[in-house]
Design a protein around this ligand. Structure first.
Ligand SMILES: Nc1ncnc2c1ncn2[C@@H]1O[C@H](COP(=O)(O)OP(=O)(O)OP(=O)(O)O)[C@@H](O)[C@H]1O
Ligand SMILES: [Mg+2]
Length: 274
């Protein structure tokens, strides 16, 4: 369990960029942190692996207070994939990049080989295994960073802007992978302003940050069905299907959807029915 208990944070003498954050994340949840540029998403994520410590309040990861726990101890539980993961690569091949992380966590060679094969295949990176990570495209580099984070099977997977630089096909891979991770009962916390991506994920918990404050914490279905104006307030565009459904409601066609596929079906049926 991850707990943010009345957390406030400021960089140096500036204004607070996180204000009164209270969140409890249970094992197996998918939590999407949504917010505009500068809303405080990355700052919040960095509190989970102890890179930043609250100015006021406490953060606990499985009862460990991050103020009293080293970043390397927290790293055994929390894998954080940064917004610009390419900056962290340093070996000469994709294979070695994954292997280094596993060796670092003390895995034996046969387990390392097995895990490297598994994650490189899972992330469609197998054919690049002998290439330098620096020669990969931005989207491939991001997938490699997530693959590395998952290779050692951390309890909490924290992803900062996972879809940045991903085209349609790569986004589909990512959505598939996230569904898979969830299926394996991992906890995922991701920050993004890619609403369309979140809309396509399985039902999840959404936290909307607006200038460092939480203005919504609840289910994605509830948010996209009933509170699109909260997204606008936070400087975000609601998903296009959600907007279309709001327009239909104004026309007297009251559509409620359970998820992305359901929304597509209902709109299709309306069009078909004239
Ligand atoms: N190292 C830093 N020193 C001072 N201010 C910072 C630092 N890092 C971030 N900030 C400020 O804190 C606020 C929140 O930044 P943060 O990076 O957490 O936002 P974000 O929601 O992740 O934005 P983005 O969508 O652009 O990634 C911003 O106003 C930013 O300018
Ligand atoms: Mg950020």
């Amino acid at each position: 369990m991850i707990i943010f208990d009345n957390v406030w944070f400021k960089y140096g003498d500036r204004d607070y960029v996180l204000k009164n954050i209270n969140i409890t994340i249970k094992e197996g949840e998918i939590v999407c942190i949504l917010g505009d540029n500068g809303a405080g998403k990355t700052t919040l994520l960095k509190h989970i692996n102890g890179l930043l410590k609250p100015s006021k309040g406490e953060v606990y990861v499985d009862k460990l207070n991050t103020k009293e726990t080293s970043v390397s101890d927290l790293a055994k539980k929390v894998a954080l994939v940064f917004q610009y993961p390419e900056r962290m690569f340093f070996t000469e091949s994709v294979w070695k990049e994954v292997e280094f992380a596993l060796a670092n966590f003390g895995f034996e060679e046969d387990i390392r080989v097995h895990r490297i094969r598994k994650v490189l295949n899972m992330f469609w990176l197998w054919e690049y295994r002998d290439r330098s990570p620096f020669t990969l495209s931005g989207g491939e580099q991001r997938r490699l960073a997530i693959a590395i984070a998952l290779a050692w099977d951390p309890k909490y997977v924290v992803l900062d802007e996972p879809t940045a630089g991903q085209d349609g096909f790569q986004r589909e891979i990512l959505i598939d992978i996230i569904r898979n991770i969830v299926y394996r009962e991992k906890t995922i916390i991701l920050a993004t302003h890619d609403i369309e991506f979140v809309f396509e994920l399985p039902e999840c918990r959404i936290i909307v940050l607006n200038k460092g404050e939480i203005i919504y914490d609840g289910s994605s279905v509830e948010l996209f069905n009933n509170y699109p104006e909260l997204l606008i307030e936070a400087g975000l565009e609601p998903p296009s299907l959600s907007k279309l459904i709001q327009t239909l409601r104004k026309e007297g066609k009251y559509v409620v959807f359970k998820n992305y596929d359901d929304a597509v079906d209902k709109i299709y049926n309306l069009i078909k029915g004239g």
